[in-house]
Design a protein around this ligand. Structure first.
Ligand code: FES
Ligand code: FES
Length: 191
């Protein structure tokens, strides 16, 4: 019994000391204080979500960490690899370079939202049929970027596809199958 009490006492002391250490750390390094949270109302994949998140988080972090939409991938976080691409109001954007708060009032689409009426998008089917993905890490960003191309230009040339995907790096495939898959999806879309 006494032992139990002592253990409770030492836990309380430990917790008081930890709290005091945290207060001291924040006084000493005020810039380390966690950013304020705020409630963002975001429209993602056709649904409204209210997300409590830090004001300084990128859209990439909000999607992955706060909304569990992990289809959007972390890459360089410097705007160089295209892995984090999502659609904002129908345009491909690098979600690592945009704050979550900037997406308020916009329509965001991630790879999770590409299915149409429960069926894969023609691009998703073409990539699967041709085995155009290897590790798959770059593929969500490529699918969404290619979707913008096909929405605007359903029958692109090989050069136009190459040009539109020039910001999306893939370390595995050598790109040929990716280009072929976009062409196959184009044929499917135009019928
Ligand atoms: S993670 Fe955004 S461009 Fe590389
Ligand atoms: S399939 Fe692996 S990085 Fe593109």
């Amino acid at each position: 019994m006494r032992l139990l009490e002592r253990s409770k006492d030492s836990k309380r002391v430990f917790s008081i000391v930890s709290e005091q250490n945290e207060v001291n750390r924040r006084r000493k390094y005020p810039e380390d204080q966690p950013a304020k949270k705020m409630l963002l109302r975001l429209r993602v994949n056709g649904e409204i979500h209210e997300v409590a998140t830090e004001i300084n988080k990128t859209l990439l972090e909000v999607l992955r960490e706060d909304m569990g939409l992990t289809g959007t991938k972390h890459g360089c976080e410097l705007g160089e690899c295209g892995t984090c691409a999502v659609l904002v109001d129908g345009k491909a954007v690098l979600s690592c370079l945009m704050l979550g708060i900037e997406a308020v009032n916009a329509e965001v689409m991630t790879v999770e939202g590409m299915m149409q009426d429960g069926k894969p998008h023609p691009l998703q089917s073409a990539f699967a049929d041709l085995g155009a993905a290897q590790c798959g890490y770059c593929i969500p960003g490529i699918l969404l970027t290619a979707k913008v191309l096909l929405d605007e230009n359903p029958q692109p040339t090989r050069d136009e596809i190459r040009q539109s995907l020039s910001g999306n790096l893939c370390r595995c495939t050598g790109y040929t199958k990716i280009l072929q898959a976009v062409e196959l999806a184009s044929k499917e879309i135009i019928g």
